[in-house]
Design a protein around this ligand. Structure first.
Ligand code: 6GU
Length: 300
């Protein structure tokens, strides 16, 4: 999978891609990221990327021309000219800063139809980014992320090129860079082989709910959180006693069905306390509902 990020702060991403799971995935060629400096596509002495808003008001707006040229250099056509199955021209690599690039792994040079890239504008006005959407993107060959800045991006860019406008939450960031990093992280960790500890066959169909893939071979549910799911249960590691607090006895006993029940109850408790809104969309068994009623009764 390949991400292309268009930004006026290319340096922002260095530390993000230089650490942890992302670094390993890049080094192993499981994913490729190109970071593209929008100022490269300006032609004036001051490398101007923004201008004042028509109609007046605060702040500056990203000009359409540098963005249009950035798209062209990436082989991204206007939506109306994208032909299904043709994808993008693979010779875009010449335009990409080598620093941000992993070695080309399985570049798609075969003749099979390449799905068209998803072009995403990151802005506080976007639809919410969710685990379900991360799964959708993980099944996409190529994702282009456009980082908004200032007061916004000329709306014609959104109209002409962008398949979707995404927000990472109900707060205002000073730019889309942090959001782009969030989208890349959440998406690439779902790619087969990236986390290293799951059988890739489990991930062949990305449409499955987290709950369905969350049971490990020993029958103990794995850590999980996702769309349609509950919040995760609490985790403990050694020592069994720390600062006078003992790890719950259930986790020390090795009774897997008891552990499963304990974790499910903790998930219900945590979700009820922190995200009661998730309970409406969650798949709950009869036992779950009974437990929930009991937990609700405790606090009254
Ligand atoms: Cl994607 N951009 C900005 N500027 N603010 C945000 C956001 C994105 N998502 C939440 N707030």
């Amino acid at each position: 999978m390949r991400f292309d990020i268009v930004t006026i702060f290319p340096g922002f991403f260095a530390s993000i891609f230089d650490n942890g799971i992302l670094r390993r995935a890049l080094a192993e060629g499981l994913v490729t990221v190109g970071v593209h400096d929008l100022r490269v596509f300006t032609h004036d002495r001051h490398r101007t990327v923004d201008d004042r808003p028509f109609g007046g008001g605060e702040g500056m707006v990203l000009k359409p021309q540098p963005l249009a040229e950035a798209f062209a250099s990436l082989g991204i056509q206007p939506k109306t000219e994208r032909v299904k199955g043709t994808g993008f021209s693979p010779d875009v690599d010449a335009e990409i800063e080598p620093r941000a690039l992993a070695p080309e792994g399985n570049a798609s040079e075969n003749s099979s139809p390449i799905p068209p890239p998803r072009v995403i504008l990151l802005s506080a006005q976007g639809r919410p980014f969710t685990q379900a959407l991360a799964r959708e993107l993980a099944a996409t060959e190529r994702v282009v992320l456009v980082c908004g800045r200032y007061e916004g991006v000329d709306e014609r860019i959104n109209q002409i090129y962008c398949d979707m406008e995404l927000s990472i939450g109900d707060y205002v960031l000073s730019g889309g860079e942090l959001a782009a990093a969030v989208v890349v992280d959440a998406t690439m960790r779902l790619l087969p082989g990236v986390l290293g500890n799951e059988a890739s066959s489990e991930f062949e169909s990305f449409g499955v709910a987290d709950a369905e893939i969350a049971v490990a071979e020993d029958g103990v549910p794995r850590s999980q959180h996702g769309a349609g799911g509950l919040l995760d249960y609490p985790h403990y590691t050694r020592p069994a006693e720390f600062a006078g607090l003992r790890v719950p006895e259930t986790l020390l006993n090795g009774d897997h069905s008891e552990i499963r029940r304990w974790r499910r109850e903790q998930q219900l408790r945590k979700t009820l306390a922190n995200r009661p809104d998730l309970l409406e969309g969650a798949t709950l068994s009869k036992e779950d509902r009974k437990l929930l009623d009991a937990i609700r009764g405790e606090t009254e």
